[in-house]
Design a protein around this ligand. Structure first.
Ligand SMILES: [Zn+2]
Length: 109
């Protein structure tokens, strides 16, 4: 997950001839404290692997997006309330783990 983000960042930096990443803002689904820490750790490891200097990571927690297997509707769910408001099905599939995107990044030449 984080590897893909770093690869995208490096691609942008290569194009713009930037060398040092200073900060990165990403959007993820609602994460627990443990998952947030794991993400920050993965970020540091990926930077090290890419021989990049440590940078600041801002994690924006977005509402969880889910899809209903009953009616196929896309939903925003909060907490553990996993019941489709339009058909009542509880077969809601959590999509948030697949959602991770870059909001902004700062880098220097
Ligand atoms: Zn439904």
């Amino acid at each position: 997950m984080m590897k893909g983000i770093i690869m995208a960042v490096r691609e942008v930096m290569r194009k713009d001839r930037l060398k040092t990443l200073t900060s990165l803002k990403i959007k993820v689904g609602e994460l627990g404290a443990e998952e947030t820490r794991a993400l920050e750790f993965a970020f540091e490891v990926c930077l090290k692997e890419a021989r990049m200097k440590p940078a600041r990571l801002d994690i924006i927690k977005a509402p969880i997006t889910a899809i209903c297997s009953g009616c196929g509707k896309k939903l925003r769910v909060s907490g553990f309330h996993h019941e489709c408001p339009s058909c009542g099905s509880n077969g809601i599939k959590d999509l948030s783990s697949a959602e991770m995107e870059i909001i902004s990044m700062e880098a220097e030449p």
